[in-house]
Ligand binder design. Sequence first.
Ligand code: DQA
Length: 143
Amino acid sequence: MPTLLILNGPNLNLLGSREPEIYGRDTLQDINDSLAKAFPQITFQTFQSNGEGELIDRLHQARGQVDGVVFNPGAYTHTSIALFDAIKAVALPVIEVHLSLPEAREEFRRHSFITPACRGKIAGIGAHGYHLAVQALIKIIEG
Ligand code: DQA
């Protein structure tokens, strides 16, 4: 029974009401609930923080405790070398997820510091991207 961490960064606690035309109407709780329903064989841990240090601490805590991580780093995607380092340090398979397609938006969203540390990336298809990321991790874990 794989254990996966669903990790979400800044402002994603406001999903549902935050710019719904970009991010959709599902809340973060809706997304986490839909994952638990769709993948009853997986044990999910979920964590959201608006703080970079807390996300780093949670990744460290996941080391040896989970089999993989689905990570939407929010705007830290475009700024955080520390999160890149944390992903490398914990040596877990991480799938980067974005609800929107950052590359198709403002110029400052085109670069991700996170991608080079990740096993894969899914972006631009809304909340369903979290489901595809879980499927990808199952495939990676089961080999
Ligand atoms: C996001 C994309 C980021 O550019 C943005 O800062 C977010 C959300 C997404 O899920 O589409 O906060 O990660």
